[in-house]
Design a protein around this ligand. Sequence first.
Ligand code: FAD
Length: 459
Amino acid sequence: MSQRITIVGAGLVGSVLGVMLAKRGHRVRIIERRPDMRTASISAGRSINLAMSDRGLKTLELAGIDQDILQVAIPMYGRVMHDVAGNQTYQPYGVGTQAINSVSRGELNKVLLTVAERHGVEILFSRRCADVDLATASATFEHGETGEHETFEADVLFGADGAYSAVRQRMTMTDRFDYSQTYLPHSYKELHIPPSADGGFQLEKHALHIWPRHSYMMIALPNLDGSFTCTLFFAHKGSPSFDELKTREDVERFFNEQFPDAVALMPTLIDDYHTNPESSLVTVRCYPWVANNKVALIGDAAHAIVPFYGQGMNCGFEDCRILMACLDHCNEDWTSALALYQDLRKPNGDAIAQLALDNFIEMRDKVADPVFLLRKSIEGYLHATYPDKFVPLYTLVTFSPDVAYSEALRSGLEADALLAEIMAMPDVATSWNTDAGKRHIDAIMQRRQPVAFASGMPA
Ligand SMILES: Cc1cc2nc3c(=O)[nH]c(=O)nc-3n(C[C@H](O)[C@H](O)[C@H](O)COP(=O)(O)OP(=O)(O)OC[C@H]3O[C@@H](n4cnc5c(N)ncnc54)[C@H](O)[C@@H]3O)c2cc1C
């Protein structure tokens, strides 16, 4: 039966959810705090980009818009590490044409808004959710210009209003609602590498660039106009930290010492550093995600995670896909479907939150470590030689949308034990790739069963 649905927040997840629910015949209204980004003269700023991988694409495919998005995306087939001397090392992300895709967050959001409207979704802008009645799924919004309050009734209400969700905030006031919000000691700042004079890319276009520096790092993702968006992930306080780099001289000295090859490509570095905000990195965990069978959290509102696995949006899109599968499975009975959605997604939200925190250490520290690079080579060999018995963690998270995040986390822990056993062989760096080394690995692999993974879909 067609439901009246309110979605709070027309960000990436709210817009996709709107498309998918409207396609099922529901009457969907999305209400967004900001003005319409397609017409408003909001400060253009620099282009912020995100890595879209197979989980996100699989949802967009269901919504019928994956090809539109891929046309404005740049595939990145691997990571390029830059050391302090400017030497570069390349590591593929997967095999063959497996890639993650750099997409402009703003452009993606604009496309999604237009597609939602094309499917009959009503989108109201400049209205901030001020209160939610969890018993009736109605919500009250304050208009950004007039200050007027309006209340909208619905049968079902979704909080897709991001990491600092007002809907979730209302749920924290109910009994037995678990909630935690944890900040990293690091924050981030966006910086910029422009296109070359002839409009080309100044670094390898089809790669994600990383300058790993142990306790901090800078990354860069390509944009369609030939520029790169750089992000410095750096301690908020201490030494070195954002707090320590105050003057022009401080910034110049630090970047020249640590990122000399990048500085040469960043003519607006000092202005960008001083103009662009320092933003914090938060992990939010909460439970339950559903109140009174009619109000539910989705996307960052349910599980804000740090960005180091490039999965926040991908996971939010996956929430939408699994919710649709729950509605199918429960024959459109919303009470059962929302309960099933929560049961299936909560463990996966927790798993990707943990994987994302762990991957910060890998990106900033381990990718430059010879032992880690050796492990990656052995992992590649295991996957190629025993594909039914070993799949690398990165492949499970990024290129395996039919494997639940919680299964990827479990498999990653098992892989740690396996790799520890293989890497305990004497002189492993040189011996693993010899005939004797491969016989030793084969004996270990013969003892293992083929791997099997649950999908996280309703069974
Ligand atoms: C630096 C950085 C890099 C990232 N990189 C990646 C990446 O590479 N890959 C990836 O998958 N993810 C990445 N992410 C995560 C990704 O940006 C988020 O997971 C994604 O934007 C979540 O979408 P959402 O719709 O749930 O929330 P949001 O995108 O935050 O949208 C929430 C919407 O709700 C609106 N809203 C908020 N409060 C109210 C209110 N009270 N009333 C009405 N409307 C409201 C907001 O204006 C906004 O439009 C990154 C995040 C950061 C910070």
